[in-house]
Design a protein around this ligand. Sequence first.
Ligand code: ARG
Length: 571
Amino acid sequence: MANTSEENSGNLKKQLAKLFEASLRETVPSEHDVEPLVAACTAKFGDYQCNNAMSLWSKIKGKNTDFKGPPAVGQAIMKNLPPSEMIESCSVAGPGFVNVVLSKTWLAEKIQNMLVDGIDTWAPKFSIKRAVVDFSSPNIAKEMHVGHLRSTIIGDTLARMLEFSKVDVLRRNHVGDWGTQFGMLIEFLFEKFPNFEDVNERAIGDLQAFYKASKQRFDTDSAFKERAQKAVVLPPGWRTQVPPSMAQICDISRKEFDKVYQRLGVHLEEKGESFYNPFIPGVIEGLSNKGLVQESEGARVIFIEGINIPLIVVKSDGGYNYASTDLAALWYRLNEDKAEWIIYVTDVGQQQHFDMVFKAAKRAGWLPAGDSMFPKTSHVGFGLVLGDDGKRFRTRATEVVRLVDLLDEAKTRSKAALVERGKAEEWTEEELEQTAEAIGYGAIKYADLKNNRLTNYTFNYDRCLMIRKSGKDIEELKKIGVLVLAHPDERALGLHLLQFAETVEEACTNLLPNVLCEYLYNLSEYFTKFYSNCQVVGSAEETSRLLLCEATAVVMRKCFFLLGIVPVYKI
Ligand code: ARG
């Protein structure tokens, strides 16, 4: 709870926690700061439950207490709850669980308020102002691979959730535009175009082939290799050693990356590795002055407690590496960007690297020692994408699935499915293309974000938009209509809608987009159930039910938006 500020209007769990907090203070005045444990009910006894009785009992039983056991503690917690319009009834079950049934009238009122005031009133509230999300981050001159796709999709969703929570997000593309492989390309350029001739796309030809040729040179000629490694030894004078054609290579690469970002509708701001070069010497000096940096086998390293290999910050040849850059970047993000939460999205293979960088930053006093306080860093690792051979899917293996091909394939398949349904005759070519893209790319994103569900699902999004078909004016209905949750399926849908706030907050606090996917999936199910069992248009409850449909559409639209998926309005 340290992460978000206190008043959180949309968050049911937090509102209940506040009531229980007051009750706990009253019930056991001798125990200070007992954190209320409130969770959604799994059984049918209520909507939420408070689970404090058992642990509280073990704390107080030896002491002077009138309670006879956990159920009695539960009874007292229930009795001491401050009166609230939110609660319809309470009961104590089993060894002291306090179950709460929320008031239907209150729930309906909250949904109606959201319709009037907007979904932003249900956004999480964080105590921080700015965050960095470091994501996508492919390497110049190399093809983006599916790992970069995952990073792009997950990072974009995390950024969207934080932005929705009113956090200023710096969406950083930490592209690999430095290091040994870069030196290799620089040397190869010197060889191929010794007079710095203009290197355009044609001269370089296929960038991949160019990369491969230089890699081959690097692997087979040790003199070349040495020159390549020297080309990126810093300082001094590293800038002058870069042939101007290198910038053109970067441009060619960037254009390719941008195509992917455009297709996915993802926005990023590039600040590549080389941007931090000028800051490295100062940062390392600062760390040395704090006594963190030691000599080891000719290199300068930082030892991290509990990890048997040190973090190398200056290589034995005097050059800097991935870790030096990440330390400088972290310093920059904390001190120049003034970011309070810095989130890195990469495959889990880099977990130890980040673990060491973060621990070094803690030792240096850049970050507080614990993990619950800001400023803080988080590494969001995702599973490696494996090739059919069960080995890590790599860009530089001979045969790889290129990212663009994957996107093409998704679009082709969804288009074929639409054509099969006769949409080619029904729609314009443009509609067909757009829908095929939305479905194809949406499927890739959803598949990537959900992580825990394997079935296909069709969202009944257009049914939520029934209001359009009913010919009613929604603005008018919001003003004069009253939303009532009478039928059990209406109530279940309404409660789920209200749980949107705590769900996004959880997904965002714990950096877990799949929590939001799961929520959206369930929302779709609750809506289907409601829609099958409750007549909307032409029923006596038409106005109320249209409002409930509208609220569902608003929440669904926000979920899709946060997941970066373009909803399809007709199918
Ligand atoms: N370029 C790296 C890769 O392709 C990812 C960079 C992640 N960000 C960072 N600050 N190290 O794996």
